[in-house]
Write a protein that binds this ligand. Structure first.
Ligand SMILES: Nc1ncnc2c1ncn2[C@@H]1O[C@H](COP(=O)(O)OP(=O)(O)OP(=O)(O)O)[C@@H](O)[C@H]1O
Ligand SMILES: O=P(O)(O)OC[C@@]1(O)O[C@H](CO)[C@@H](O)[C@@H]1O
Length: 303
């Protein structure tokens, strides 16, 4: 079974404003609302690929209720801890450029954290636990590590899509799968990654440290897959980007979902990349038919 953890879910308020101006009244041409947060996006995409998962994390207030209602309507299983706070609203402003304003998240009291750990404690050996996105500032700094520690004790496989210091903490738990983008990878190694050779060099160190499957995404510049046997590079399909929010999460879902179904890493890599691009070319997250249509455009070569 696949479980996704979103410690800091969000309602994503996506607004299109033509010629956005700071410091004045702007009016939207289009606005939409989606349940958001990285783990939640992974669960939604898995569901569209007919792969069941359970979404875990903390929700609160009318925004939290909205997320749960939509997920359940779509058929995603949820097992959130409900708090008295209010799930954040993240603004995704589309104008000449994409601008994001993400909330810091709500206060989560310690008894709610205990309730969350009780849910993690129910996972079984060989379950996949996807840890994705930021943590609200109120949570203890070592919370991700504690989740990873419990997962390790239970023989649960970790999938990691976080950035900053949680990434450097979690990498030491030999994740089954990790998907940093090249900026996150650079931050982890405290250097700038400007080309494929540099990305491969850092990626190989992660494989040596015990990461089993690693994808390094580089947006429209392609993606790399590394394991103990080698390094592969995929081209990404060309298209018009409508909304890149959730592209990385879609890659994660496409990869782990296909791997769980077929046990074929190259099929998983191809499907993951096509899923990321299909989301980038859609208003919301990708649909299965859009992903399948892009598969022939993903060319994979061993380096
Ligand atoms: N401009 C683009 N054109 C085609 N595909 C894209 C584009 N941007 C993203 N993608 C697809 O999405 C995948 C993930 O994108 P990216 O490397 O930006 O990850 P990310 O930074 O984790 O994404 P995000 O945080 O926006 O969800 C890429 O590997 C690619 O398949
Ligand atoms: O603030 P975080 O947790 O780092 O990222 C949250 C977020 O930007 O990530 C998702 C896209 O990947 C969005 O649905 C959501 O708003």
């Amino acid at each position: 079974m696949i479980y996704t953890v979103t410690l800091n879910p969000s309602v994503d308020y996506v607004v299109q404003v033509d010629d956005f101006q700071l410091g004045t009244l702007n009016r939207t041409r289009r606005n939409e609302v989606y349940p958001g947060g990285k783990g939640i996006n992974v669960s939604r995409v898995l569901n569209r690929l007919s792969i069941p998962s359970t979404a875990l994390g903390f929700i609160g207030g009318f925004t939290g209720q909205y997320i749960e209602t939509i997920l359940q309507k779509e058929g995603v299983r949820t097992d959130f801890v409900t708090t008295d706070g209010l799930t954040r609203i993240n603004i995704k402003l589309k104008s000449e450029k994409e601008t994001e304003i993400n909330g810091e998240g709500m206060e989560i009291p310690s008894e709610k954290v205990d309730a969350f750990f009780q849910k993690i404690d129910k996972l079984q050996r060989d379950d996949l636990l996807v840890i994705a996105g930021s943590a609200p500032r109120s949570l203890p700094k070592d919370l991700y590590e504690k989740v990873a520690e419990l997962a390790r004790k239970k023989g649960v496989k970790l999938v990691v899509d976080v950035s900053g210091s949680p990434l450097s903490q979690l990498v030491t738990y030999s994740p089954f799968f990790m998907k940093p983008n090249h900026h996150e990878l650079g931050e982890l190694f405290q250097r700038e990654i400007t080309n494929v050779a540099e990305a491969v060099h850092c990626g190989q160190q992660l494989i040596e440290q015990g990461v089993e499957h690693l994808v390094i995404s580089m947006a429209e510049q392609g993606a790399l897959y590394l394991n103990r046997e080698g390094v592969w590079k995929a081209t990404v399909p060309k298209g018009t980007v409508k909304n890149s929010v959730g592209a990385g999460d879609s890659l994660v879902a496409g990869f782990i979902g296909t791997l769980a179904k077929t046990n074929d890493v190259m099929a998983a890599f191809r499907f993951g990349v096509a899923s990321g691009s299909a989301t980038a070319f859609s208003e919301d997250l990708c649909k299965r038919e859009d992903v399948e249509a892009l598969l022939p455009e993903v060319q994979i070569a061993k380096l």
